[in-house]
Structures are given as C-alpha cells and as structure tokens.
Design a protein. Structure first.
Length: 577
C-alpha cells in the first residue's frame, strides 16, 4: 500500500519533491558545465549545454507564469522549473525575488520586464546559480529588461543567462548590480545604460550577433570591474557613457570584431585600469584619442593590446589633453581628426607608425604640442591609409610654452602640405624626410627651423615644396622634384641647401641671405627675388656651372640678387637623411 510519504524523500534535513530532486541533480550538472571552447582567432560555441533541455523537460512539471508581478513575490527553487510563457511585467511595488538554485525556462518571445518602480532580485550562490534559459535553445527568448526609477537597484548575483536575443538591458535610473554571473550563448549579453549599474567578476561567453551591438555595452555612471568577455561575434565591449564611467580592468578574448570600443572622452572616466585584449580576429581596440592615455597610462601597459590578428590601434580622433605615446609595437590607424590642446602632447616613440584616413589630420592649438622624436634606425612614420586619397597633415597653432618637434620622422602622401606652423607655435624639424606630399612644410611661426632634412617629389602645382616666414631658418636640406617653386621665403635665413629639379624657380620671394646652396636644373631661375625688395645676398652658391648663374648650364637669377662670388664646385651638405 502506498504511504503518504511515497513520492517524498528527505535531503539535508528537509523534504524535497521528487521533481525537485531531479532539478537539484540537473543544477549540479549545470554548475559543473565547462566553459565554451575558444578556437583560433575567436571563440566558437562548444555546443548546447547538455543540462539545458533536460532542465526544462515537461516531465519535471514546475510552475507556469503568465501574470504580472505587482507585489512582492518569490519564485522558489522547489517549484523549478518556472515556465515563462508570456511577457511578465514587474511593476509598481512589485519585487520579484528568485531563490538560489531557481531555474527559469522561457518560451520564444517571452521576457521579464521591470518598470514603474518594479525590480528584480536574483541572488544565487556559487553552488546554486539562478538560471535563465530558453525552453528550446533554437528559439531565443527576449531577455530581462530593466526600466524606470525604482527605489533601489535590481540585483543579479551568481546567475546564468543564456539563449536570449539580448540577455540583460538596463536604462534610465534603473541600476543593475551584477556580480559573479555568467552570460553565454546570447545574441548579445549586456546593455547597461541604467545609471549606477555595475558588473563585477562576471563572464560573457560566446555571443552570436555580429551586428548592431557589442557583446557588452556600458553607459553613463556604470562600472565594469574585472570581467571576462570572450567569443563575441562582433565587438567585445563598447564603452559609451558620457560621464562617471569606471573601467576597472578585465579581459576580452577572441572577439570576431574590435575587442574594445570606447567613445567616452577622457573627462567621462572617473577611474580606469588596463583591459587586456587578446586573440581577436580584428583590431584590439577602437578608441577616442582621449581615452587611450586614461586606460593605458604607460607605454608598458600598451602590451595589453597585443596578440590579435591586427595589432593596430584604431583612433577615432577627438580631443587630447594628456600625453599619448604611439609605439612601434602598436601602430595607430587614425580615422578622425586629433585635436591636441592645453597640456596635451602627442609624442610618438621611435619606430611608431601613424596611418591616416582621407581628410584626417592632427591639429595642435591652445597649448597642445606634437613631439615626435624617432631615431635614424627607427623613424616615426606619418602616412596615409590610401596613398592615392592622402591625408590632411599636421597643423600647429597658438603659442605653447614650448616648441613642437619633428625629429627623425617620415611624412608622406598628404594631399596638401604635410606640416604647418602658424602664430607663435615654434616648430623644429630635424633629420626628417618628406616624400610624395602635396607640399612639405609651411613655417610661418618665428624661430621655427628645418635642418638636415630631405624633401622629395611634391605634387601640388600651386604651392612651393617649402615655405618660410620671417625669422625662420633652413639649413642642410635637400629639396628636389617640386611641382612648383622649391622654396619660397619671406626674409628667412637660408644657410645651406640643395634645391634641384623644381618645375619653376628654385628659391623665390623676399630674399635676404642665401649661402652654401646648390641650385641646379630648376625650370625657372635658381633665385628669383622680389623686384621691389632690396639686394639679396646670394654669394657662395653653386649654380650648376663653374661660370656661375649666367654660365651655359647655370640656373640663373632674376630680380635684385648679388651672386658674386659663386662656388665653382657643388657644396657638400653636412648631413641629409
């Protein structure tokens, strides 16, 4: 004869229904389930969890939910699995509490939505996770949505969410506090825009939607702390907050797209720590320039971005008011204008490469500077992503306390002039090479200087290769193949040079002093001085002929020029790179 206790077993001093025993066993297997596998370049699913479908099996019974939660309500582990067959709204004074070990099974197109003061409290344990899953993993559910302005945060601790089109979204003033949780096999995992939200010590495994959104996105007044994101189909983590963002370390592995995308400006962060990005199939990071020195504050920390298919940093432009150090190991692909201001300094290290999109350049003003110091064996390279399309060069304005420097640099493929120095922004160029630019340099800032440099083949037929303003200097510099004048001066000092093969005059303008120069094979005059200016002192130059500028092969002069005596052999420049 069947007794009253048949169908009931005692476990750990309490009674548990048989279906509860089955759920306990399934949850034990769920807790022991291994992480998704990671393949070359990016993560790939390891197959559906072998416990998921059994946990939602109809033979387990459970409790069906279709009604809104309008008061305090608790869903228990004993009544698992909880079958959600509709949109469940948690509203007003409603608080849905989930016991540790509770299992929720959602049919396609169902969700939990907390709004108008309602909130969710799901606090599991490391030995008894709360599981949100799909009744059929092939048919996604719609996730958890947190809206409105409840009196306190919704809490998710030791939970597991899987097989949702988007696992968890928070917005407005609805904070989601997430800790020690797992989000796996979702279209995307997290969209945290609820101010005050925080995710800590959690893991995102294998998102499947490569478009529209990142695996995880955080917004204003949100904290991301020591989490792991791996196997994102597209972007791993997107940081989009305007202010109050804390990015406190973690790891992004095997993303199909960019690992870390940051649009938050430097002022938007309140605290940061480096995030390791590795094993991605694309770039490690796409950052607004101000964010880069905030997250990776030292050169050594930039190693955190190495180990991806394309070890190049994508810089979307923006305002730089700190120091930023491009390095040889991590080239920059610059896709938007960089504005360097206040105490900001863009300071590429030896061997660094900066590649610019069309019409993109660097603008330093209001105290900002560019200090690019390479070496002879490891120059700093400024170039275009597409040589035919070009880029917009370096523009220096204002009156910073100290000079800008371009030493041992290579600048190429600008559509207009490679570098400009205006106002009181002093620029010192040394041991530089300019090649295949529209024009090379415009130095109007007094006390600027170009020394021991080479200008090869400019392409802009309406601009001189180099243009110098009053009280500037050119020394030991080779200019050849200019599409117009080689050098235009306004009372600048030309101490030594080699200017040849220009499409027009070698040197033109308001000329004061030119010495120790080779002026050879220019289509116009070697020197053409302003006819209304005083006599130019152009003694001791080589004109391409031992008989001077009027010789058979001499470059010639025009305007008031004193060219006697002249050199009878070429001048040897002390150094040209």
């Amino acid at each position: 004869m069947r007794t009253a206790n048949q169908g009931i077993r005692r476990t750990f001093g309490r009674t548990v229904p048989l279906r509860g025993m089955l759920a306990v066993a399934l949850l034990a297997g769920l807790g022991a389930c291994a992480r998704d596998a990671v393949g070359p370049g990016r993560a790939s699913p390891g197959g559906p969890s072998f416990t998921i479908n059994p946990a939602c099996d109809s033979a387990l019974g459970g409790q069906v939910h279709t009604d809104s939660v309008l008061t305090a309500e608790t869903w228990t582990r004993a009544n698992s699995p909880h079958r959600v067959n509709a949109y469940i709204y948690i509203e007003g004074p409603g608080v849905l509490t989930l016991e540790p070990g509770t299992v929720l099974c959602f049919v396609n197109a169902s969700w939990l939505s907390a709004d108008h003061g309602g909130r969710l409290v799901a606090e599991g344990r490391d030995t008894a996770r709360i599981v949100f899953t799909a009744a059929d993993p092939a048919n996604w559910w719609q996730g958890v949505r947190l809206f409105g302005s409840p009196g306190s945060a919704s809490v998710l601790k030791h939970v597991r969410m899987e097989y949702a089109s988007g696992a968890l979204t928070s917005s407005g003033d609805h904070a989601a506090v997430i800790d020690s949780s797992v989000f796996r096999q979702n279209g995307y995992a997290l969209s945290l825009f609820g101010r005050g939200s925080r995710i800590s010590r959690s893991r995102v495994d294998t998102t499947t939607t490569p478009w529209a959104t990142a695996a995880a996105t955080i917004g204003t007044q949100v904290t991301f702390e020591q989490n792991v994101i791996r196997g994102a189909a597209g972007v791993g983590l997107a940081v989009m907050g305007i202010h109050g963002v804390s990015l406190l370390g973690g790891r992004i592995e095997g993303s199909g797209g960019v690992g870390l995308r940051v649009t938050t400006t430097g002022a938007g962060f309140v605290s940061t720590a480096p995030v390791r990005v590795v094993g991605g199939a694309s770039y490690p990071a796409e950052l607004v320039v101000s964010a880069f020195p905030r997250i990776y504050t030292t050169v050594a920390q930039q190693d955190s971005l190495l180990g991806n298919a394309r070890d190049t940093l994508v810089v979307t432009g923006g305002l730089l008011q700190q120091f930023a150090y491009p390095t040889q190991a991590l080239p920059w692909h610059v896709v938007g204008d960089i504005q360097v201001q206040n105490i900001g300094i863009l300071a590429p290290k030896p061997g660094a490469t900066l590649v610019f999109d069309e019409d993109v350049g660097i603008h330093a003003d209001y105290g900002g500077r560019v200090v690019a110091r390479g070496t002879a064996t490891a120059p700093v390279l400024f170039t275009a992503a597409d040589a035919a399309a070009g880029w917009d060069g370096v523009w220096l304005y204002g009156t910073p306390a100290l000079s800008s420097y371009l030493t041992n640099v290579r600048m190429e493929h600008t559509t207009r002039t490679a570098v400009h120095a205006f106002d009181g922004h002093v620029l010192a160029i040394d041991s530089a090479v300019f090649r295949q630019n529209g024009a090379a340099a415009v130095l109007y800032a007094a006390n600027s200087r170009i020394s021991r440099s080479r200008v090869d083949t400019t392409t802009w037929s309406a601009r001189p290769a180099v243009q110098l303003g009053y009280n500037t200097t050119l020394e030991s510099t080779l200019i050849r193949g200019s599409a117009w004048y080689g050098l235009v001066v306004d009372r600048a000092a030309v101490l030594s040079c080699d200017i040849r093969d220009s499409a027009s005059h070698g040197i033109s303008g308001t000329v004061n002093d030119v010495h120790n120069c080779n002026l050879v094979n220019n289509a116009g005059s070697g020197i053409s001085n302003n006819p209304n200016w005083s006599l130019a002192n152009a003694e001791d130059n080589w004109w391409g002929d031992a008989a001077g500028p009027t010789g058979a092969s001499g470059d010639g002069v025009s305007g008031p020029v004193d060219y006697t005596p002249w050199r009878t052999t070429p001048y040897v420049l002390p150094y040209v790179p």
